[in-house]
Design a protein around this ligand. Structure first.
Ligand code: PEP
Ligand code: MN
Length: 239
């Protein structure tokens, strides 16, 4: 794997300056996939919802300037025309069973990053991927991101077992997102190690140039120096 399926970048696209700064540093570190949400699924309708169309333009300009592959979430099929220059379309946990959305995303023929639903079984998740496959698109990356349990110490409970199960039951690649799984940056490294040991093909890590100023998920985002240290620590475990 080494770094070829490590996706890193801020939770949300907030400004061009923020994305360029993140991209420059991440690219220098050998990362080729940059994430950042332009459309954000937020629990509270009063909170920052993403820059939407403007956020996509920022991602496009960042891609042009820094030459990285872009991963961003599609929440509504009516926005799909904005995703022409996006390399990987993310379907977020809350939309894992939004079947019309899966169908439209599948039809683009682009790589689809399908996150596991907060309370979805592995069987339901695989069946959701089936909606994408039915459009003739097998370019699917599954993303385990923790599931909801009675535990309150972490944002979600790490579903590391999903990694070998998806490997055994499907031909899909599977990556792990320790940022959304734990909700705490101090848990990212141990969970990432566990995911690699369990056979993950990659990782998705939230990284922000100024996490303390982040408009969402501030507690789970590394700053760029912390991300660099993380890469050094995880490197011996990568294959
Ligand atoms: C995200 O990756 O930006 C996100 C919202 O994650 P999830 O859908 O897993 O909650
Ligand atoms: Mn986030």
């Amino acid at each position: 794997m080494k770094y070829n399926l490590i996706i890193a970048g801020p939770c949300a696209v907030e400004s061009e300056e923020q994305m360029i700064k993140a991209a420059e540093t991440l690219k220098k570190l050998g990362i080729s996939y940059l994430r950042g949400g332009a459309f954000k699924p937020r629990t509270d309708p009063g909170s920052f919802q993403g820059l939407k169309e403007k956020g996509i333009s920022i991602l496009e300009r960042t891609k042009k300037e820094i030459d990285m592959k872009i991963v961003t979430e599609l929440m509504d099929a009516r926005d799909i025309h904005l995703f022409k220059n996006i390399d990987i379309i993310q379907i977020g946990a809350r939309n894992m069973q939004n079947f019309p959305l899966l169908i439209e995303a599948g039809k683009t023929g682009k790589t689809i990053l399908l996150k596991r639903g907060l309370a979805a079984t592995i069987d339901e998740w695989i069946k959701s991927a089936g909606y994408i496959q039915k459009q003739g698109n097998n370019d699917i990356i599954m993303c385990a991101r923790g599931i909801r349990t009675f535990e309150t110490e972490t944002r979600n409970t790490a579903d590391i077992d999903a990694i070998p199960i998806i490997k055994q039951k499907t031909d899909f690649k599977i990556i792990f997102d320790p940022s959304h799984s734990s909700g705490k940056k101090e848990l990212i490294l141990p969970l990432a190690k566990a995911a690699i040991a369990a056979g993950a093909d990659g990782l998705m890590i939230e990284t922000h140039p100024f996490p303390e100023k982040a408009l969402c998920d501030a507690k789970q985002q590394y700053n760029l120096d912390e991300f660099k240290e993380f890469l050094e620590e995880i490197d011996p475990y990568l294959y």
